[in-house]
Design a protein around this ligand. Sequence first.
Ligand SMILES: [Zn+2]
Ligand SMILES: [Zn+2]
Length: 400
Amino acid sequence: MKFKSTKEAWEFWTYYGGRTGFDVRINYENKSKVDGVITSARYVCSNEGYRAIDKRDHNTKRPRAETRTGCKARIRITVDREVGDYSVYDLVLEHNHELQLPSTCHLMPSQRKISSLQAFEIETMDDSGIGPKAAHELASRQVGGSVNLGYTRRVLKNHLRTKRQRELMYGEAGNEATFEETFSTIRSKVHKQTWLNSIYKVKEKWAECYMRNVYTLGMRSTQLSESLNNDLKNHLKSDLDIIQFFNNLERVIKGKRDNELDAEYEARKKLPRIKMRVPILVQASKIYTPCIFEYFQNEYERSMAAYIKSSEHNEFIVAIEAPGEASTFEEECKVVGNYAEQQALCTCGQFERTGILCSHALKVLDVMNIKSLPKRYILKRWTREARVGAIEDCYGKIVV
Ligand SMILES: [Zn+2]
Ligand SMILES: [Zn+2]
């Protein structure tokens, strides 16, 4: 296999990555000091190597997700001085991590590009007052779907942000009056928000008791309908005819599917950060989506601060010690443990509400020497495989 130039080799590697489902990176390009010709180069999978320890890690609440797995997939090329082309002398095609799906490949940074024509279109739409969401939808439609577009809504937003920064730099942002106007609108918006928040805090005090045993998957009661109402309101007006109605409904659904693909892509790209290599966390990191794992890990961490206040037969009174305050405790909960059934039922009702075990139940499972997550507590909808297939536990047994 030969390439005319390093550019051609790099484009090939990028294209191959896009078809196969991995992201690419330039590892090095060696330039001759004499004539500036690139004599050799190595292009790798973006999971190559390991990230150096982040100095901010100990004090950041949400550290950057781990994406490096030390993957060995690579292509190395060297120049043939006489002909001037490049030949491949080292090629590794195996990966040590999950690859992207054909449906999520287009979300990888190496595959997302805004051409200068597209950039022009985006900026024109922005200047005509078309929002980024509508602009992205219009552009997707023109090419028969977002998969063919080559850039995501996020990339489009970033592009517009850069454009604005550029404009600010050249002083095109308008005169003083517009600035004043914008500023006061923003200020009034912020003001409203604080008022809303204070009202919400009052409501929060009593709403909790009513919602104790309701299975809501952790959503606020109206969250789902609010967001759907909002979406529908944006697209549906009472004067639409039936055809327009269905076309618009389809648009709403398409938007939701794009969001789902985005989440699928993120789950494949980012490795969860396990704070302690204990069996239950390792297991949870493999089955849960990154976001749910984070939540679960947080509960596990809280369970480390749990006290068994008293126990009788299989009933445990559990309380969590408040962080930083010795012998101050949160509200006590009663947990009924059952080893034979691999069960821990807590009165706080978190599992029934959200589908994720609470710190109290986790403490009791641990006391009962149950060191991995019982099958009954793995809800398929929170797992990486929620969309397809079966889930295996840490012993390779299919559990859901
Ligand atoms: Zn790889
Ligand atoms: Zn509980």
